[in-house]
Design a protein around this ligand. Structure first.
Ligand code: SF4
Ligand code: MG
Length: 329
């Protein structure tokens, strides 16, 4: 399938009172049509910043992209003319956020808000735009869409509001949809329903999907690939089955062990002790070494371990991947 997005060696820094925070330190990945990539990490790992850099919604200053490329269909978004860039980011690449209530305008009916998209971007008249809005609400399975188009955001449940956000995000038929923790505020059943909806819309349109999450359980059933982020770097990237079955990076081992699993009852849990380091003062060597039970002196010196293909289709940044893959389980 066609390549949509190529992020290459992206670097983002923030100026803070404590100095320069290295939020993203050389992230690379691609996204093709019909592909779902999950970016997994703790809060502050750089996953939202990656999305914001792609969308061009980093606050600048204090945030600054200090290196790398973000190509959409082969053209670098960071250097293309502003007008073209704004069009791509509005129409071709779209994003949904965790908190639907604060993203929707409380004082306008939801149908009106969706219809505005068609009025502004497609030049439709009021009644055509409203028909499109209702059609879109039906497409995201909002019952009685025609009547509910007149309701205000607070009159919907959290799950229904997230469906409305999704409707707005896909209104202009984007090729890339980025969802940043889209279900975090919802209960488990509704989370699964929203994920199913996103997959269904992807099947209809062929769009590429980036799911940003701190919870592997939410994305395990829907993602093709998972990229695990720590301190602004990808530390492991593999297809979901392989990564879930046997992680190659100690940080991924820790993340998986912190999910209760039926198939590994009785094994000793490896909880990740400690906290992520400050981004203004990253440890030397591997950023994970203060928390890693496999760490050796080699891990504490020099730069970050290279992100290399440790087996076909699996990348990891760790000096001891072989031992991690063949650990006692
Ligand atoms: Fe742990 Fe060393 Fe691998 Fe870093 S490089 S994850 S410290 S074993
Ligand atoms: Mg976030």
């Amino acid at each position: 399938d066609g390549l949509l997005l190529k992020v290459d060696d992206l670097h983002v820094e923030f100026r803070t009172r404590d100095g320069v925070a290295k939020a993203i330190n050389g992230t690379s990945f691609t996204l093709s049509e019909r592909e779902t990539l999950a970016i997994l990490g703790e809060s502050g790992s750089g996953k939202s910043v990656t999305a914001q850099a792609i969308m061009g919604i980093l606050d600048s200053p204090p945030a600054q992209i200090t290196g790398g490329r973000i190509e959409y269909c082969g053209v670098d978004l960071l250097t293309m003319p502003e007008k073209k860039r704004r069009q791509i980011r509005g129409e071709h690449i779209s994003m949904i956020f965790q908190d639907a209530l604060s993203s929707l305008n409380p004082v306008f009916p939801v149908g009106w808000q969706i219809a505005e998209m068609f009025r502004i971007h497609r030049g439709m008249n009021r009644s055509d735009a409203m028909s499109e809005a209702i059609r879109l609400m039906e497409r995201v399975h909002i019952p009685a869409a025609k009547e509910r188009a007149n309701n205000y955001p607070h009159q919907f449940s959290g799950g229904m509001r997230q469906r409305i956000m999704i409707a707005m995000a896909i209104a202009l038929n984007p090729w890339v949809l980025i969802a940043d923790e889209p279900t975090t505020a919802l209960d488990v059943t509704v989370q699964a329903q929203i994920m199913t909806l996103l997959k269904e819309l992807q099947e209809e349109s062929g769009m590429g999907l980036i799911l940003i999450t701190h919870d592997l359980g939410v994305v395990a059933d829907v993602a093709d690939d998972i990229a695990v982020m720590y301190c602004g770097r990808f530390v492991e990237h593999a297809d979901v089955h392989r990564l879930y079955d046997n992680p190659a990076h100690p940080y991924t081992v820790g993340l998986l062990d912190s999910i209760p699993r039926l198939d590994q009852k009785g094994t000793e849990l490896y909880a990740i002790g400690g906290l992520p380091p400050s981004l203004t003062n990253l440890p030397s060597g591997c950023s994970f070494h203060p928390r890693c039970r496999w760490a050796t002196p080699e891990c504490r010196v020099g730069g970050a371990p290279a992100f290399i293909e440790v087996e076909p289709g699996r990348w990891a940044a760790c000096h001891h991947t072989e031992e991690v893959l063949h650990r006692d389980r």
